[in-house]
Design a protein around this ligand. Structure first.
Ligand code: MRU
Length: 349
């Protein structure tokens, strides 16, 4: 089965993505052919979710490499690097973007003696491999995550870490979707996730489509559903995991973790080891993307929602302190505190 969110087109001249900004109203596929179209698709969140961004970048740089008109290897490498830097600058927080582009660059560098045509073929193979690994990663994370849950659990999730953000079940939504296939009866609460509403538009859409019992709540309602005793576990995805277990994920995640600690509810982060950045010692080293304030004031409303002149602060991510995290579930195993040790061990597997 081919993933539905990011692929190559038939004649390998474009990256085809599901435009996530149009969900839940329309399922529209876009063909990305130029570097600008690829950059914009990532920046504008047409393709989003850390693993999906990485896969899109890998296919994108392959298409761009195919079109490089170079006389020799050095010229090819220099244009390849320009494309890489450009795509890499589209969003700063999800490490999967640079991780995938680095992997692609390694193919070019380690095959220096080969013809450019051969290198381009190897680039295609590497991009496909990144996507195939992602499918396998989803399967493993879903199974491991499911092993931590009970059949009738109430689950709260924030943002969207489902099939659209990956190549199969997703990460945070993985155990839920796998559980659904196995006859579990989870009751899921999806935070709407302001300002761009990934929870409302994407998570509730994906879970509803799979017939999961999902209830959409506004972000400021997480506390009451926990207090009501409806939540047995929180499952969230991640964009970058620092070496000490601090985790960057969609803005609002750290608030959910603080609430979960207060109500004594396990808080699980689910993500592939490609999201682990051992180069970041703590969450303070993670660059948080700051986005246009109009996303808060106007993006999803016909009329402006706030005075035009009002100041805004619109960070797209926040960092959850490792002390609030019960476990980090990766495709290579479940890491528990102390994370410095468990993450180091898993990074060497
Ligand atoms: O700004 P977004 O929508 O790209 O943010 C996405 C998230 O925060 C996800 O939880 C994360 O990328 C994991 S997706 C498997």
């Amino acid at each position: 089965m081919k993933p539905t969110n990011v692929n190559l087109n038939e004649n390998k001249s474009a990256v085809v993505i599901l435009d996530q900004t149009k969900i839940p109203n329309e399922e529209i596929y876009l063909e990305l052919k130029t570097a600008k179209e690829m950059y914009d698709a990532i920046f504008e969140l047409k393709v989003r979710g850390a693993p999906a961004i990485g896969i899109c970048a890998a296919y994108s740089i392959y298409i761009l490499a195919k079109n490089i008109n170079a006389d020799d290897y050095n010229e090819f490498l220099s244009v390849f690097k320009e494309n890489k830097e450009y795509l890499n600058s589209s969003r700063p927080t999800a490490v999967n973007l640079s991780w995938a582009l680095e992997r692609m660059e390694k193919v070019v560098i380690s095959n220096k003696g080969k013809s450019i045509d051969d290198i381009v073929d190897l680039l295609e193979r590497e991009a496909i491999e990144i996507q195939e690994e992602d499918i396998e990663m989803c399967r493993k994370i879903s199974e491991l995550g499911l092993s931590l849950l009970e059949k009738e659990d109430g689950i709260l999730t924030h943002c969207n870490a489902g099939p659209m953000a990956t190549s199969l079940y997703g990460t945070a939504l993985g155990p839920i979707l796998l559980g659904q296939e196995k006859g579990y009866n989870f009751r899921v609460f999806a935070d709407e996730t302001r300002p761009l509403l990934q929870g409302a538009r994407l998570t509730s859409y994906e879970l509803d489509k799979a017939d999961v019992d999902v209830t959409l709540i506004c972000d400021n309602m997480a506390s009451i559903v926990m207090k009501n005793g409806w939540i047995n576990a929180c499952l969230v995805g991640c964009d970058r995991i620092a070496a000490n277990g601090d985790v960057a994920n969609k803005i609002g995640t750290s608030g959910v973790a603080i609430l979960a600690k207060y109500y004594n509810i396990p808080f699980y982060v689910l993500g592939p080891t490609s999201t682990l950045d051992m180069g970041c010692k703590t969450g303070n080293d993670i660059k948080i993307e700051l986005r246009d304030g109009n996303e808060i004031k106007e993006k999803f409303y016909k009329k402006p929602m706030a005075p035009k002149r009002v100041n805004t602060y619109n960070p797209a991510f926040d960092v959850t302190d490792n002390s609030l995290i019960t476990a980090i579930i990766t495709e290579k195993g479940i890491c528990r505190p102390p994370f410095k040790e468990s993450l180091l061990k898993i990074s060497k597997k």
